[in-house]
Design a protein around this ligand. Structure first.
Ligand code: ACO
Length: 434
């Protein structure tokens, strides 16, 4: 493959270097394009645009590959926990035993939030969406921890990263307690990351929530699977905001807001809404599958198919295995879970889905698993945000230290009015609107 690309404009040729990634991905470096030619590229949705070089995560959608710092996702099953994976993503290699112990202790130590922050929760309306509360409260960390607004050395960055990963779980649990009119529960330092989160969500002052190993492992895996997915919308948002040298809390709060959009973090919510519609509408799983195969029905089977993963979604494979173990043990009768399992069973042997390579995606299983754990649907995207936090932090730091780091500032092709005179208000005449 050539190491340069040639572009011809008005008969004149320009050469641009071709950059090759570790896994043989090719990119044409057009950073000098405008200076040399006066032209820019136009790529709505950035589907052909590499915004950076990154060492963090590799994805090959055709082959169903997802690797964090080079390690295939499958190797995280039955092994490391979310804290170890967070360390790996942020610091570039797995921690030693001592580093892991110190980091885990730091997270335990930092799980509490300032008492002043608790008052903020009380001023949110009961019906406030938990994602809106989470975004606001992560931003509010900038007010309560001004010592971390400038993160110039790695020591300070380490402390700020630990605070964010630890406190987001407390903030998320408090958002849930507030929405349900329940008392806020302090984190319990004797519990590990996931059980402590579930304790703050579900314990009562008079009743301690017991987290069994299967539930702990399932939520741990959900966090790990969501921990990074390279330059997706929320991560690119964190990098964009961080490029203005905005602080880590403000940048991650922006990431939370980007994730909130239904086209990004909300797909597993859509899965549960579909199951609910099937249940309430008295439609059988068989009838719904028939409908999803009919082109003019406008119905799609939510949680099936993927834009990037065309062979299989490696995250779905792992979660599917966990669902297989966890669901039969839950013993809870839930009609939506029954519908989900029936849909899966039907589609995996249906030619329509098999031929089009439409397998359950990560959102199908994460939705049913979260439901089985007892997490309400309006907290699903919040769980995603807790999981994605180490990825955002890693990208924020990488962006800050990348060679030639500068404020991100895309350009545009202007298509509005040509030169237009200002007309004073009384002289304006337009056709009536509507
Ligand atoms: N149900 C029924 N048919 C489907 C589905 C589905 N969920 N997904 C795709 N198809 C069909 C299409 O109608 C098309 O059929 P045709 O070849 O006969 O015309 C064929 O499969 C290919 O579909 P495309 O839309 O071209 O696939 P694409 O890669 O563009 O779309 C997408 C992927 C958007 C995810 C799609 O599969 C979908 O809408 N799935 C349901 C929504 C969903 O689960 N989204 C979450 C994705 S995971 C994530 O984003 C984190």
């Amino acid at each position: 493959m050539s190491d340069k690309a040639i572009l011809t404009i008005d008969g004149k040729q320009y050469e641009f270097p071709v950059i090759v990634g570790t896994e043989g991905e090719y990119g044409i470096d057009i950073s000098k394009l405008r200076a040399l030619t006066g032209h820019i590229t136009l790529d709505p949705g950035y589907v052909n645009t590499g915004s950076c070089k990154s060492d963090i995560t590799f994805i090959d959608g055709e082959k169903g590959i997802l690797r964090y710092r080079g390690i295939p996702l499958e190797q995280f099953a039955n092994g490391p926990n979310f804290i170890e994976v967070s360390w790996l993503l942020i610091f570039g290699r797995p921690p030693t035993t001592e580093e892991y112990r110190e980091f885990a202790e730091e997270l335990t130590h930092e799980a509490n939030i300032d008492e002043g922050m608790k008052h903020h929760f009380n001023s949110f309306p009961r019906k406030a969406p938990p994602m809106a509360i989470l975004g606001s409260m992560v931003n509010a960390l900038s007010c309560f921890h001004p010592e971390f607004l400038d993160l110039d050395d790695e020591e300070k960055f380490y402390a700020a990263a630990a605070r964010l990963i630890s406190k987001i779980r407390t903030l998320a649990a408090f958002a849930y307690r507030h929405a349900n009119g329940l008392p806020y529960l302090y984190p319990n330092p004797s519990l590990k990351y996931v059980p402590n989160f579930l304790h703050m969500m579900f314990s009562m002052p008079y009743h301690h929530y017991e987290c069994d190993d299967l539930t702990r492992d399932a939520l741990n895996m959900i966090f790990i699977l969501h921990a990074d997915h390279e330059q997706n919308c929320s991560t690119s948002t964190v990098r964009m905001v961080g490029s203005s040298q905005a602080n880590l809390f403000a940048s991650c709060s922006a990431g939370i807001n980007a994730l909130w959009g239904p086209l990004h973090g909300g797909a597993n919510v859509a899965v549960m809404e579909m199951l609910d519609r099937i249940h309430k509408g008295n439609v059988s799983a068989e009838e719904y599958v028939k409908l999803a195969k009919k082109k003019d029905s406008g119905v799609k089977l939510m949680g099936f198919g993927h834009r990037v993963y065309k062979n299989f979604d490696p995250r779905a494979k792992l979660l599917g295995e966990i669902a297989e173990k966890l669901l039969p043990k839950m013993g809870r009768k839930d009609p939506l879970l029954d519908i989900a399992r029936r849909l899966e069973e039907l589609c995996l042997k249906d030619d329509y889905f098999v031929e089009r390579k439409l397998y359950p995606n990560v959102d199908f299983y994460s939705g049913i698993l979260l439901r089985a754990i007892g997490i309400p649907t309006n907290m699903f995207t919040v769980i995603f945000a807790i999981g994605r936090m180490p990825g955002w932090i890693a990208h924020w730091w990488e962006q800050k230290h990348m060679e030639g780091a500068q404020i991100n500032r895309p350009r545009q092709i202007y298509t509005g009015n040509g030169l237009t005179d200002y007309v004073p208000m009384p002289g304006r005449k337009y056709p009536k609107r509507g």
